[in-house]
Design a protein around this ligand. Structure first.
Ligand code: ZN
Length: 79
């Protein structure tokens, strides 16, 4: 299976003035290519209408193609 990594892509941001001390960490979950171990799997824009839908990804270094049921990098927020 592909290795899933998390990278902090932004620092911290305040939610709103009601919760001035609430901090959100925005993370990008990306998938490292399991063939070359260097590249990152990026979406090709091709989606297969299966159940669930599969998103085609391609390594930006060696060109290996994989499909996943979510698009990566996936942006998530954490408090
Ligand atoms: Zn690769």
């Amino acid at each position: 299976m592909s290795e899933i990594e998390e990278q902090v892509i932004t620092g911290v941001t305040t939610l709103d003035s009601m919760f001035p001390m609430q901090l959100l960490h925005t993370m990008a979950v990306l998938i490292r290519c399991d063939d070359c171990g260097i590249g990152e799997m990026t979406p090709t824009g091709i989606m297969f209408m299966t159940h669930p839908p599969q998103y085609q990804h391609k390594c930006d270094k060696c060109g290996t193609e994989r499909t996943f049921d979510e698009r990566y990098p996936k942006v998530i927020t954490r408090t």
